[in-house]
Design a binder for this molecule. Structure first.
Ligand code: PGA
Length: 256
């Protein structure tokens, strides 16, 4: 049985003082209740300590939005896995479509980052997804296949427990447009099949595949109810403690 992962990607939002407040509000929303889903927030690097500190002693986890593949050295402006671990991170998002688009990260770079994250004892959330034109031209599965297979081939089956895939159709990110539950399920099932053919079905069945792209309280239930949707990677709606908590509540109700 896969546990839901409800993950917030704050992107370039929430300076340390604001991040501390927002994270504390999230914890306060659950102060008298527990949850069985995993809840994760990935703030900007500089706000990671503030969030990790606010989450200390709670079930909320902290992650990062990116990482470098080297351990340390002359890489101005970069952050390493050991720095993230030391600051309290458990997860790292790699290959978000915004990094693919604005920072030129291709499938090989993303695969190398996923391998580095996992080999250094963190968990990787590998983002995949097609742009609108690719979907219109019916190439969405081929594009996602290339993204998933490059990442999987860089890893070993024994890395499966540290791997999460996030399917984020680029046309649904920050646009208010969401993939229909059927579109999400179809792609998630396809992704699970790709992992099964690279490794095996039993392993593929343990890997969580998150949906991302305008997930919010109003559409979370129908998306999270799909059999192959194991959580969400949530941008805009994770910047408000109440809407993030509401999505977490919805995940809890589906589970039970
Ligand atoms: P969104 O972002 O929820 O604001 O669409 C999701 C993401 O980019 O991870």
């Amino acid at each position: 049985m896969r546990t839901f992962l409800i993950a917030g990607n704050w992107k370039m939002n929430a300076e340390p003082s604001h991040a501390a407040k927002l994270a504390a509000e999230m914890v306060a929303n659950w102060s008298d209740k527990s949850f069985s889903s995993e809840a994760l927030i990935c703030p900007p690097f500089i706000s990671i300590p503030a969030v990790a500190n606010a989450f200390d002693g709670s079930d909320f986890k902290t992650g990062a939005q990116n990482v470098h593949t080297e351990d340390n050295g002359a890489f101005t402006g970069e952050i390493s896995t050991s720095m993230l671990k030391d600051a309290g991170c458990e997860y790292v998002i790699v290959g978000h479509s915004e990094r693919r688009e604005y920072n030129g990260e291709d499938n090989d770079v993303v695969a190398a980052k996923a391998r580095k994250v996992i080999s250094d004892g963190l968990k990787a959330i590998v983002c995949v997804g097609e742009v609108l034109e690719e979907r219109k031209e019916n190439r969405h599965q081929a594009v996602v296949k290339g993204q998933v297979e490059t990442a999987i081939k860089a890893l070993d089956k024994s890395d499966a427990e540290s791997l999460v895939i996030a399917y984020e159709p680029v046309w649904a990110i920050g646009t208010g447009e969401t993939a229909s539950p059927e579109q999400a399920q179809e792609m998630h099932e396809f992704i699970r099949g790709l992992i099964a053919s690279e490794w095996d079905k039993e392993t593929a069945d343990t890997i969580r595949i998150l949906y991302g792209g305008s997930m919010k309280p109003a559409n979370a239930e129908e998306l999270l109810s799909q059999p192959d949707v194991d959580g969400g990677l949530i941008g805009g709606a994770s910047l408000k403690a109440d809407s993030f908590s509401e999505i977490l509540t919805i995940s809890e109700s589906i589970k039970s």
